[in-house]
Design a protein around this ligand. Sequence first.
Ligand code: SPD
Length: 309
Amino acid sequence: MTNNNNTDEAMGLWQSEWISKDILEFYRVSKIIYLGKTKYQKITVIETLPYGKCLLLDDKMQSSLKDEYIYHETLVHPALSMHGNPKRVVVVGGGECATIREVAKWSSVDEIIMVELDKEVIEITSKYLGELGHGVLDDPRLRLVIEEGRKWLSEQPNKSIDVLIIDVTDPLEGGPSYLLFTREFYQLASQKLKDDGVLATQATSPVHNEFVYDSIKKTLASIFKYVIPLHAFIKSYSSIWGFLFASNKNILEIAPDTIKERLRVNGVSDLKFYAADMHFSLKCIAEKYECLISSTGRIIEDNSPIFVK
Ligand code: SPD
């Protein structure tokens, strides 16, 4: 955070964040709520003028109360809708609990497992960002596992998961999540998913990190038979954001009526952003933005990982 007093307008506290290696953004902070460091990462909870109360990890925006629902609804409901009848859903990461909050809206789901590396993210957001919906922690279908996601997954039986959601920080050099974007990880995920299983992952910014986004997509496509993107604008990320869905079964393209019906049958209500029609807008936006990508990505491997700034 920076104390800037060059001009009257710029007085006060500002949080800075690299949006790409060439763009540094500053946003105004009205209150510092929590600053700390866990074994794995730096944690910041602040009240900001443009985005309300926010969680940052390693100085990267994760969730802002103004628009977190756009990110979390877009990560979760398309994947569950594509699957149609998800029963066993695993979330890797997701410590602020908003992803499992969305999964819990599906009545078909009888087991939700959240595998989070950093238990302090859960504790700190429960304490300072309970608005994200930590009530879901009392859901009897939920099992919380504090462990490295890849290690946990490697110990699961093959073909045992309906939907696997990767809700992790961006791949930062020295950060805790970059090995969750590699070919080896997707290979493991593919083994653990059932034949009609669906993987959903955040895929960074297709406009500010074209090469990284395209590489994640290529890497997924080197393992899964089908991969489709959805893109949504997330104001607190200052960008269109990429979400990728992958499966070995041809179930990712779904008609609006099917989505509507699946949400209805599963009692999914209380959505502020995602809906059958919105799904198709997100798909069109993705198709348009993918046409603008000028750098061609590469396969990401454990021994040649990829990073954003
Ligand atoms: N819940 C994890 C989402 C990570 C998104 N990172 C956004 C960075 C925005 N600059």
